[in-house]
Design a protein around this ligand. Structure first.
Ligand code: BG6
Ligand code: MG
Length: 211
């Protein structure tokens, strides 16, 4: 029996994947590194540091330079997310959250981002969630199951009583490793491992996934 629904944030509730892309792109241009929208697909659900490592394509830099680049990227990203409003909720999200709330499910956000709270605050959806787990909550990030297991523990439910809604391959992997039910949002090649897959969040049929 499903008792809780755990949402990824970036790319599920709002399209911050685009803002992450724009920030990395700006940094890459300054550093003379090529970086395309397609390359950005690999960064979904991946931590800031791992994203930088992928961007550098295996090139290693001194630690202080790595730090400097991560700080810069985050500054660019924060400039963009400052302008987020409730208009930036992905179509279908508000209706889905309202329905789940009405049906009595516990709701949580589990995001790898250290900016998750700002984004949620700007979207004005914080009150809908019993828990916000973010990039500060656990040490090992997705695809490790830790963040989702932490969320289940805080919500006082068992992993098998949770559904995770994710747009990233690493996120689906993490949720499956946690022993949770999974809903993938996006193309087959990205989230095909999920129990259910939809192109868009507004396509979700609640009766199918909450059984
Ligand atoms: C994830 C995003 O939610 O958070 C990744 O999908 C991002 O693209 C990661 O790198 C970390 O985010 P932040 O805001 O802490 O740099
Ligand atoms: Mg995501």
């Amino acid at each position: 029996e499903i008792k809780a629904v755990i949402f990824d944030l970036d790319g599920v509730l709002t399209d911050t994947a685009e803002y992450h892309y724009q920030s990395w792109k700006k940094l890459a241009q300054e550093e003379g590194i090529s970086f395309t929208r397609e390359d950005n697909e690999q960064l979904r659900g991946v931590t800031r540091r791992q994203s930088l490592e992928i961007l550098l394509k295996g090139k290693t830099l001194p630690e202080d330079k790595m730090e400097e680049l991560m700080v810069k990227k985050n500054e660019y990203y924060q400039e963009l997310i400052n302008n987020i409003t409730m208009e930036d909720l992905i179509p279908g999200v508000e209706e889905l959250l309202n329905q789940l709330q009405e049906d009595g499910y516990k709701l949580a956000v589990a995001s790898a981002s250290r900016n998750a709270r700002t984004v949620i605050e700007n979207l004005e959806i914080g009150k809908k969630f019993q828990l916000i787990a973010d990039g500060y909550s656990v040490k090992n990030n997705k695809p490790a199951p830790d963040l989702f297991l932490y969320a289940a523990e805080e919500l006082e439910v068992e992993p098998e009583e949770c559904i995770v809604i994710e747009d990233a391959e690493s996120g689906i992997e993490a949720a499956l490793a946690a022993g949770m039910h999974t809903v993938g949002i996006g193309p087959e090649e990205r989230v095909g491992q999920a129990d259910f897959r939809y192109d868009k969040i507004k396509d979700i049929k609640l009766a199918d996934i909450v059984q």
